[in-house]
Design a protein around this ligand. Structure first.
Ligand SMILES: Nc1ncnc2c1ncn2[C@@H]1O[C@H](COP(=O)(O)OP(=O)(O)OP(=O)(O)O)[C@@H](O)[C@H]1O
Ligand SMILES: O=C(O)c1ccc[n+]([C@@H]2O[C@H](COP(=O)([O-])O)[C@@H](O)[C@H]2O)c1
Length: 197
């Protein structure tokens, strides 16, 4: 386990949860874009003990952490295994625990478009929507599915236009923004399929 990340009151911290099995250039790309487009002070990579919706468990957490650290070298990004420390796996539980441990810090959930498309399958997804602002980044093949998703429809009125994405940091939930950006076609599945991990 690693040291718990430090955060100051008033900071706006983006949370990029993921299996990172393995981490890749797409993660680095969206992290830099998220910092900029959503006006985040910091971004934490929450390297998950295991996605609760995925049947096959990922590679050992220590291996994924090591590669993530080597790959994501940026002064405002922290790679952490805090979910394993908190004993949480579902995002709603993680957010509850983080909000308790970091009073005065504003958290923004960050995800790729593929996750918005499936978001309504997550545990307590409405609570997540109504508790933290959500920043969504375009991903090849998933933009339409994301925009047509149940979560996008149910919370259509809470959508902030992409050009105003920088206001997400101060927005009251429910609030979400979808930003288009030059897309990366990198994926962990493809890397695993090629036998490179
Ligand atoms: N190329 C990409 N473009 C946009 N978002 C991405 C990209 N790769 C990953 N993400 C986002 O980063 C977060 C963590 O992704 P994850 O670790 O699952 O990688 P992945 O490539 O999606 O893995 P897998 O193929 O195993 O599902 C998710 O919110 C995912 O949507
Ligand atoms: O809470 C849930 O029900 C839930 C269901 C699926 C995925 N998540 C989270 O979404 C993030 C992205 O997962 P993944 O496996 O696509 O990288 C990661 O932090 C998971 O814990 C969370």
């Amino acid at each position: 386990m690693t040291a718990r990340p430090v955060a100051k009151r008033g900071q706006v911290i983006g949370l990029l949860g993921g299996s990172f099995d393995p981490p890749h250039a797409g993660h680095v790309h969206i992290s830099k874009a998220a910092l900029k487009r959503f006006g985040l002070d910091r971004l934490w990579w929450l390297v998950s003990p295991g996605n609760p919706l995925k049947e096959n468990g990922p590679a050992p957490l220590a291996d994924r952490m090591q590669v993530a650290r080597a790959m994501m070298d940026h002064p405002r990004v922290t790679v952490t295994d805090i979910e394993a420390q908190l004993g949480t796996r579902y995002t709603a539980q993680t957010l509850m625990a983080l909000r308790r441990r970091y009073p005065g810090v504003r958290f923004v959930w960050i995800m790729g478009a593929d996750n918005l498309a499936q978001f309504h399958r997550w545990q307590d997804w409405r609570w997540i929507m109504e508790t933290v602002p959500i920043g969504v980044l375009a991903r090849p093949g998933d933009r339409i599915a994301a925009r047509m998703s149940k979560a996008a429809k149910v919370y259509a009125r809470a959508r902030i236009p992409g050009r105003a994405a920088h206001t997400l940091r101060r927005a009251q939930a429910p609030a979400w923004a979808f930003v288009n950006l030059p897309m990366s076609d990198q994926s962990s599945t493809a890397i695993r399929k090629r036998g490179e991990w």
